[in-house]
Design a protein around this ligand. Structure first.
Ligand code: SAH
Length: 257
């Protein structure tokens, strides 16, 4: 293979509010030759892309992960042969449940220079915008980030929910809305009370952010009744009680500050 002309930048777009996007990421978007972006990147971030750049939507469809993933990697490798700045733009942080690690490995193996630009992950930002601190000296001194949606082709160990119930005072679940009954049953089997508070935060940091508050015992039914949908972050633990105190201090979304 010829020596690539360019470099791929794996950039985290953050959770939605453009004010949470890094200066480094913004500068790269403004100078990019090609931008390959995912479904969860907010339109206000996409609006920062160099108008002359080629823009490619690599949004994944449920159930077609692996094929689309391979195509995306091939595309990045091909674009880096002929373009100087190729940005791979992902929602939140690229290395937190974003397949950024996998893409970076493939690029390195293909001899393509690559660099990561971290982003604010939704697991931190969505609870924050709902007035829920993940740690607090009176409520929690540990946090676990965990996926609620394990891919069908089991290439990694199963999530040990019971151990997490024992070992972490705050649990932040990504991609968990559809799997809540299973998650709740496992956490209960691990020793968590059904009275443990839980918050779901949908489209965190965006103008249409929605929250659903309940307990482990009630939440699955509340999701059914309200038709609450993904994408959402679930926060489980006593820190969720702070929502009632702090939710009034909701951050303004940039540029409305
Ligand atoms: N790399 C991303 C996560 C990708 S996995 C990050 O660091 O945030 C996709 C999941 O992230 C969604 O199913 C949802 O659980 C969560 N998510 C992403 N953006 C979100 C947002 N604005 N509000 C709430 N959850 C979000």
């Amino acid at each position: 293979m010829q020596t690539p002309l360019g470099k791929v930048y794996l950039v985290g777009a953050g959770p939605g509010d453009p004010g949470l996007f890094t200066l480094k990421g913004k500068t790269l978007l403004e100078h990019a030759d090609v931008v390959v972006y995912d479904a969860l990147v907010s339109p206000q971030i996409l609006a920062m892309i160099n108008p002359k750049a080629e823009q490619i939507n690599a949004g994944k469809r449920r159930g077609r992960h692996s094929l689309v993933q391979e195509e995306t990697t091939r595309l990045l490798i091909a674009k880096a042969q002929t373009h100087a700045i190729v940005v791979r733009l992902k929602g939140g942080d690229p290395f937190v449940f974003g397949r950024g690690g996998e893409e970076m490995e493939d690029l390195v193996n293909a001899g393509v220079p690559v660099e990561v630009v971290p982003g604010v992950t939704s697991g931190i930002a969505a609870p924050a915008y709902a007035g829920i601190p993940l740690t607090h000296r009176s409520y929690s001194s540990s946090v676990t980030f965990v996926t609620g949606h394990e891919s069908a082709g089991k290439y990694r160990p199963e999530v040990n929910w019971r151990a997490i119930a024992q070992g972490s005072e705050t649990i932040v679940v990504y991609m968990g809305v559809h799997n809540l009954p299973h998650i709740v049953a496992e956490l209960q089997a691990g020793g968590l009370s059904l009275h443990t508070p839980i918050a779901l935060v949908r489209w965190g940091t965006r103008p249409d952010q929605e929250e659903l508050l309940g307990t482990l015992g009630t939440i699955a039914q509340q999701v059914e009744e309200t038709g609450f949908e993904a994408p959402a972050i679930a926060v489980i633990g006593n820190v969720v009680q702070l929502h009632s105190v702090l939710a009034g201090c909701r951050p303004a979304i940039y540029p409305a500050i």
